[in-house]
Design a binder for this molecule. Structure first.
Ligand code: SF4
Length: 379
C-alpha cells in the first residue's frame, strides 16, 4: 500500500545494528494504521486472522466513535516534519460497513490517505470499484491464494471466489485503482507460487505481497513453512522481484530484507548506499514499529497478527498508545529482542516477525523462528 510518511524517515548515518530507536520517526507515528472496521464478512477463509463472521460483532465502533479516532490520528502530526499515517481499512470485509463512504470521506477530508482491503464477494461490484477511485481510495488489496480455482477456493471456502478475484483485479485496473495482491504462503501452497506469479504477470497490479502464514486464528489449521524452505522461497521471490512487472514484497517475513540487502553488501555497497535505495523504504517496519492495528471493537495491537492488546481507542488516544505503551516501546527497540534477533547485525532493517515470535513462544521479543540466519555475534 502506498503511504505518505516516507519523508519522516531519517537517513541513517550509522551501520546496521547501531541505529538506535530514537533515530526512527516510527517512534512518533506509524506509517500504516491497519483498521479492522468490522469482522463481518461473507467469506470464511481458512487462515482468517479476524475469525470473520456473517454479521457484525457486538461492540463494533460506531460511526461517531470511528470519526473520533480519525480526529485523534491528527495528533500524530503536530510538529513540523511529522506526517500522518496511511490508513488501510480492512476487516472482515470493510464493504459490510454501511457507513464506509462516510468514514472514507471523513479520513480524506482530514488529509489521511486511505486504502481498502475488501473481500471478494457480491459486494465488490464494478460500481463500487469505480466509486473507490472516485472518492480517492489510493489502492486496494485483493487476496489470491492459488493459481487455479481448486487451490484458491479451497482456502477461501466459497466456490467462484477465484474467478471473481481475477475479474475484480481487471476491473480495478480499468477503474485506475492500484492493486496489491496478497498471497498466502504455507507448507502446502508454496509450490504453487511460480504458477501464481505467471498468472499475475498477465494482469495489471502494483505490488505482490507474499504473506508467510502465522499460525493464529483460522490459520492455525494450516502449516507454516520450515525455516529452510522459507529461505528458499524468499530467495526465489528476491530473484523474481528483479524482473517482475510489479514489486514483490513480503508480509511477516521481514528477513526478506536481509536476503535483498546481503548481496549488495557483499558486492561492496556501503550500508548508507543500501539505505538510500528504494527497497530500503520498508526497512525497519514490523509489528509495532511503523505499524499499528485497531480492531473492530477499538482494541489496539502492534499488528493484526500480534493479538496483545495495549489499550482501546474508546478510552485512550491512539497516539498515546502507539507512542507510550510499554509493549510498543519494547517492540521498537531491537536491542531488547532475545536470541538471534537481539544480536543480529540486520536487526534494525529486519527485526523479525514479532507476531510469529509471539505465536510460537508467547514472548513477542523472542527470535523469529522462521529465520534460519546465524548472526555474526552469537546470543
Ligand atoms: S535473525 Fe532475526 S533480525 Fe536477523 S535476519 Fe533473522 S529474523 Fe531478521
Amino acid at each position: 500500500m502506498p503511504h505518505p510518511a516516507t519523508k519522516s524517515r531519517p537517513a541513517h548515518t550509522h551501520g546496521i545494528g547501531s541505529v538506535k530507536p530514537d533515530g526512527w520517526a516510527y517512534n512518533r507515528a506509524p506509517m500504516i494504521v491497519y483498521w479492522e472496521l468490522t469482522n463481518a464478512c461473507g467469506l470464511a477463509c481458512r487462515h482468517c486472522r479476524a475469525t470473520a463472521m456473517p454479521e457484525p460483532a457486538p461492540g463494533e465502533l460506531s460511526t461517531a466513535e470511528a470519526i473520533a479516532v480519525l480526529d485523534d490520528m491528527l495528533g500524530f502530526a503536530t510538529a513540523a516534519g511529522e506526517a500522518l499515517p496511511h490508513v488501510v481499512m480492512t476487516g472482515g470485509d470493510p464493504l459490510m460497513r454501511a457507513d464506509l463512504p462516510e468514514l472514507v470521506a471523513a479520513a480524506t477530508a482530514r488529509g489521511i490517505g486511505v486504502s481498502l482491503a475488501p473481500a471478494v464477494t457480491r459486494l465488490l461490484t464494478r460500481e463500487r470499484l469505480f466509486w473507490m477511485k472516485e472518492v480517492g481510495i489510493q489502492a486496494i488489496s485483493l487476496s489470491l491464494d492459488g493459481s487455479t480455482a481448486a487451490f484458491h477456493d479451497g482456502v477461501r471456502m466459497v466456490p467462484g471466489t477465484f474467478d471473481a478475484t481475477i475479474e475484480a483485479l481487471d476491473l480495478a485496473a480499468e477503474a485506475g485503482l492500484p492493486v496489491q495482491v496478497n498471497t498466502l504462503v504455507t507448507a502446502t501452497t508454496a509450490a504453487d507460487l511460480p504458477a501464481v506469479y505467471e498468472l499475475l504477470s498477465r494482469h495489471t497490479l502494483m505490488q505482490w505481497s507474499l504473506f508467510f502464514l502465522i499460525s493464529i486464528g483460522r490459520g492455525s489449521e494450516l502449516a507454516e513453512l520450515s525455516p529452510g524452505d522459507a529461505e528458499r522461497w524468499l530467495l526465489w521471490a528476491a530473484q523474481v522481484n528483479r524482473d517482475a512487472p510489479f514489486r514483490v514484497k513480503t508480509t511477516e517475513a521481514m528477513h526478506f530484507r536481509r536476503l535483498m540487502a546481503a548481496p549488495l553488501l557483499r558486492a561492496g555497497r556501503t550500508k548508507q548506499e543500501v539505505e538510500a535505495l528504494p527497497m530500503a523504504r520498508a526497512f525497519g517496519i514490523r509489528d509495532g514499529n511503523g505499524i499499528v492495528f485497531i480492531s473492530h471493537q477499538g482494541d489496539v495491537c502492534p499488528s493484526g497478527f500480534l493479538p496483545e492488546v495495549v489499550g482501546n481507542v474508546k478510552d485512550t488516544s491512539l497516539v498515546t498508545l502507539y507512542r507510550d505503551a510499554p509493549l510498543m516501546r519494547a517492540l521498537r527497540d531491537p536491542d531488547r529482542f532475545a536470541g538471534r534477533c537481539g544480536v543480529c547485525e540486520f536487526h534494525d532493517w529486519c527485526g523479525g516477525s514479532r507476531a510469529r515470535a509471539y505465536a510460537w513462544t508467547g514472548d513477542p521479543l523472542e527470535s523469529d523462528p522462521l529465520c534460519p540466519y546465524v548472526p555474526r555475534t552469537t546470543p
